[in-house]
Write a protein of this length. Structure first.
Length: 213
């Protein structure tokens, strides 16, 4: 579409809508582990690292594919389960938070740690290359022993960990601080530009039962 008819207001509106869907309605998240190049040691001959060392994990709200791929491979070394998961992330949210995801980094979802094998940018908004709708991460289950980190929930109802089942999530709604005072990094352009007012009740926690049963 011609740039003449697309203004910053339309672009901000589309961005805020997708942020609201991902961050305030869906309620899914991954734990993203950026690999530290300074801390990770590589083999002198093969130039490969035996074990990845990561910086502190970052929570990123997302839309995870419910129909993830799982295959089983049997060879002379035994049985190996291969998981492939696609995750959609709102692009401007990453830009606002200064997060840059890269192939070779890791993320966890459920009880599985994935290595990012592809980072695919989704279509441009109205064909404008500088305004991208989002990006898709394709993660493949990391090899045994390559990556170690504590498992964070939610995971499965059969587990007894306190965070195994998520009973509520928090709508950030463009607020700079969450309910306990931590910075969210969440920005809504229409609010910053004075087009929309901030929600009167601030951040909001959504419980598992929407009918208070």
């Amino acid at each position: 579409m011609a740039r003449l008819f697309i203004t910053e207001r339309e672009l901000n509106f589309i961005s805020d809508l997708s942020k609201e869907l991902i961050k305030d309605i869906i309620g899914q998240k991954i734990y993203y582990y950026p690999i530290s190049e300074l801390k990770t040691k590589t083999h002198n001959i093969y130039n490969e690292s035996l074990q990845k060392i990561f910086d502190n994990p970052i929570i990123i709200e997302c839309l995870a594919d419910a129909n993830f791929q799982q295959t089983t491979k049997i060879d002379k070394f035994g049985v190996d389960k291969i998981f492939v998961l696609e995750v959609f992330i709102q692009y401007r949210d990453l830009v606002d938070k200064g997060i840059q995801v890269s192939v070779g980094d890791f993320f966890s979802f459920d009880e599985v740690f994935y290595e990012i094998t592809e980072v695919i940018f989704e279509k441009n908004i109205f064909g404008l290359p500088e305004h991208k709708g989002g990006l898709k991460l394709i993660g493949t289950r990391s090899r045994e022993g390559l990556f170690h980190a504590p498992i964070k929930g939610p995971t499965d109802i059969s587990n007894t960990d306190a965070d195994a089942v998520q009973t509520e999530f928090e709508q950030q709604r463009g607020n700079t601080l969450d309910s306990v005072g931590n910075e969210t990094g969440d920005k809504r352009a229409l609010r910053e530009n004075g087009v929309l007012d901030a929600p009167i009740d601030g951040v909001r926690k959504i419980k598992k039962s929407f009918y208070d049963e």
